[in-house]
Design a protein around this ligand. Structure first.
Ligand code: FBP
Length: 292
């Protein structure tokens, strides 16, 4: 493969081309996943554009509503959630959508139903929206068990059943990171083309890392093992250098840095959040609702 600068300019591996290449490895595939992913990518481009204009377009600030977790919903949260719900439904490839911003799952009406379920947080890191710090979208894709009878169980499967998962980080650049189960690849949005270009092929987290990432402000709530581990990061007993602390407070940004630079990101369960703060779908809380 020609890695010269010119090649990168003229042999662009866009995310669409990448996924189509992957699809060609599965002759039985009818392109449904490619269509679903193209709608997720479109929604990410829209959110990226909105995030970039937020400060100017007065999109930040409180929308006056609160989400199911009682957090004040900012306009970008509401907008991002609506964009993803509409994009996923219009793909015609989904049956159930679970958004971190909604109390109930969206149950797509039969005429628009498809074989996938998508669980997502449209805009994670909401406490950082107003100050322009990196935030992101997180998503996971399951296959529905019976497209004629989608049920709650379809969106409460273990993570190992996911067909694909990824995130899109809205930071100094817009980076889309995806896995379909065999490797992780990163794509950077070229605003002049409006395309995500493959910039981080086959990402592998470094075996060793010099960074630990945790909210030290929660230290008084940690259990013994967590406190012990973090203490060792700061005061190693094996003669190695102390690790550096980096904590952005947006999971997507902290995870992305950890993936590229190595080290550890942790948000341990503690006395304040016995189940950990970074939420999963709660069985008791997710209900079905008819799509409007
Ligand atoms: P939100 O659901 O309010 O966005 O919270 C998620 C999050 O912002 C993560 O992105 C981040 O890792 C974590 O909360 C930071 O939590 P804390 O401010 O308690 O350190």
């Amino acid at each position: 493969m020609d890695h010269s600068a010119d090649a990168h300019r003229t042999d662009l591996m866009t995310i669409t081309r990448f996924v189509l290449n992957e699809q060609s490895k599965h002759p039985e595939s009818r392109g449904d996943f490619t269509i679903l992913l193209s709608h997720i990518v479109l929604a990410c481009k829209f959110v990226c554009s909105s995030v970039n204009k937020a400060g100017l377009a007065k999109l930040i600030g409180l929308a006056g509503e609160t989400n199911v977790q009682g957090e004040e919903q900012k306009k970008l949260d509401v907008l991002s959630n609506e964009v993803f719900i509409k994009a996923l439904i219009s793909s015609g490839r989904t049956s159930i959508l679970v958004s971190e911003e909604d109390e109930e799952a969206t149950f797509v009406e039969p005429s628009l139903r498809g074989k996938y379920c998508v669980v997502f947080d449209p805009l994670d890191g909401s406490s950082n929206i107003d100050c322009g710090v990196s935030i992101g979208t997180i998503f996971g894709i399951y296959m529905v068990n019976d497209v004629n009878e989608p049920t709650l169980e379809d969106v409460l499967q273990p993570g190992k059943n996911m067909l694909a998962a990824g995130y899109c980080m809205y930071g100094s650049s817009c980076t889309f990171v995806l896995t379909t189960g065999s490797g992780v690849n990163g794509f950077t949005l070229d605003p002049s083309l409006g395309e995500f270009i493959l910039t981080h092929p086959d990402i592998k987290i470094p075996k060793k890392g010099k960074i630990y990432s945790v909210n030290e402000g929660n230290a008084k709530n940690w259990d013994g093992p967590t406190a012990f581990y973090v203490e060792r990061c700061k005061f190693p007993k094996d003669g190695s250098s102390p690790k550096s602390l980096r904590y952005i407070g947006s999971m997507v940004a902290d995870v992305h840095r950890t993936l590229l630079y190595g080290g550890i990101f942790l948000y341990p369960a503690d006395k304040k959040s016995p189940n950990g703060k970074l939420r999963q779908t709660k069985k008791k809380k997710t209900k079905m609702k008819k799509e409007p």
